[in-house]
Design a protein around this ligand. Sequence first.
Ligand code: FAD
Length: 556
Amino acid sequence: MAAETPFSHQTRAAALSSMAAEPVDLLVIGGGITGAGIARDAALRGFRVALVEKGDFGSGTSSHSSRLIHGGIRYLEHRDFRLVFEASRERRVLLRIAPHLVRPLPFLFPVYRGARVPAWKLRAGMWLYDALAAFRNVKTHRWLSPKQVRRAEPALKDRGLTGAALYWDAQTDDARLVLATMRSAARAGALVANYAEVTSLLKPDGRVRGAVVRDVLSGETRTVRALIVVNAGGPWVDALRRMDDPAAPPLLRPTKGAHVAVPRRRIGNERAITLFSAIDGRVMFVLPWGELSYIGTTDTDADASPDAVRVTADDVTYLLRSANAAFPDAHLAANDVVSVWVGLRPLLGQDPAAAPSQVSREHRVVESAQGLITIAGGKLTTYRVMARDVADRVAARLHELDGRPTAPRPPTDRLPLPGGEAAELDVLVEGARARGVPEATARHLVASYGSETPAILNLVDRDRALGNPIVPGRPEIWAQVAHAVEREMALRIQDVLVRRLHLFYEYAEQATALVTPVAQRMKKLLGWDEVREAEELVDYFRLVERARMFRTELKI
Ligand SMILES: Cc1cc2nc3c(=O)[nH]c(=O)nc-3n(C[C@H](O)[C@H](O)[C@H](O)COP(=O)(O)OP(=O)(O)OC[C@H]3O[C@@H](n4cnc5c(N)ncnc54)[C@H](O)[C@@H]3O)c2cc1C
């Protein structure tokens, strides 16, 4: 059964051996959403594809986003209509091919007297937003009177309120979207490996013809030969370009974006809120996520390398003050922060005079004189289009190289991602309920695994203990840990707690209380010795420490 296809440490070992044994048509460097999309598209065209990722899949920018699949209401201000049109179309596609992971979300955008953008302008913008989605957004927007706004969002600031737009976008689980895309690529035949880092490029005759790949977990090094190499390194693309040409000028102007998550009841928002920060007038969001709300994002020029970026006290202060101004009774303080995350936007560097939030979100495919293809810029929302553009370029180059016919573009806009096969999520929830699963767990499983939910429940049938909650009172169950290891290529504690289950962000103290029991399970499943287990624990606590450094700065 396709739903139970293994995607484990063994799949990874076989992929690494195979890509070293025989040359591939295409080697993709980087396993974020862009690389995953390229591997999927290219493998579906019938190319022999390998993808290597130096960390876990999605561990770069792609799991540190605002989790929105959106047209991008704020790009209207910059008259980036083409981008909004494209992103709106992609929102529709992703709602269709991954309905469990990309979910419609209503937004309220309140307007106040004297605001930077007056009500008439916002109203016009809303019509334009719907028009650029060809009036095929989840629903068209509505305009609410102040009274209706008060009823809908009683905790919002009331003074000077003149109304609000109620409009629709979508929210996703970014880390799981990468994983689903990566598994789809692997199903189409791509050889993919996490914790496999490119340390140098092979240039036997001056052309880029592969890479040296280091297994980050074992230290073993392999050579992967490839007809074409694509650099999908997100904020690392310039570092990878310098492996090809030490004098390569930077393509990017990365900007840093931080988020903080707090208990939703502390803010009191019912739905997603779009607002202008009272501090600097930037567009920001307060977004619901179960019992939490997350506030984001900052947009500042990057002050650290992508490997060293972290949330600072200044980031937290800015976000909390902006939210407090919009929700006067919230009185959020740093102590309320449950978790934080930060990423660097791999944005194209164009106008050095532009403010960080005005840097374009467009993407560009660049080819070096030595043949390295780099994709830079873009958004989570538009990854499929970016991937298609790169795969088109790869197809053309392969045709030039060996005369092979150019395969037609695969229908990546119609092929569901794993778990996206059944559109009726409520039916899946009912199916899980019928197997004795409590309502909250059934909903949680369907939101994570969609039509693959029965595969998780089959594990419980084989071992009833796997049906037990990981934390009493929370919906996650132990079967998800086994599933993460056996079918989602989780190799490390952080892969499970941060990106597969998100307990790092959602459970108290970055889920440190769960580290030991999770390590014990993983030890059995992956055959770790004591040393490896200890290393895993140390690394997890290092991650926790980094995420909590802002607390030390604020002396809390
Ligand atoms: C704060 C923030 C909020 C955002 N919010 C949204 C949003 O709501 N909606 C939206 O559409 N977009 C959003 N974006 C943009 C979006 O997240 C990014 O455009 C997208 O995730 C970039 O994906 P990527 O695959 O190009 O880069 P990444 O996800 O960073 O992937 C690149 C990968 O390359 C790997 N790599 C680097 N060097 C090597 C090497 N030598 N060998 C092997 N692997 C290597 C890295 O480990 C990394 O995983 C946001 C971005 C940020 C920072």
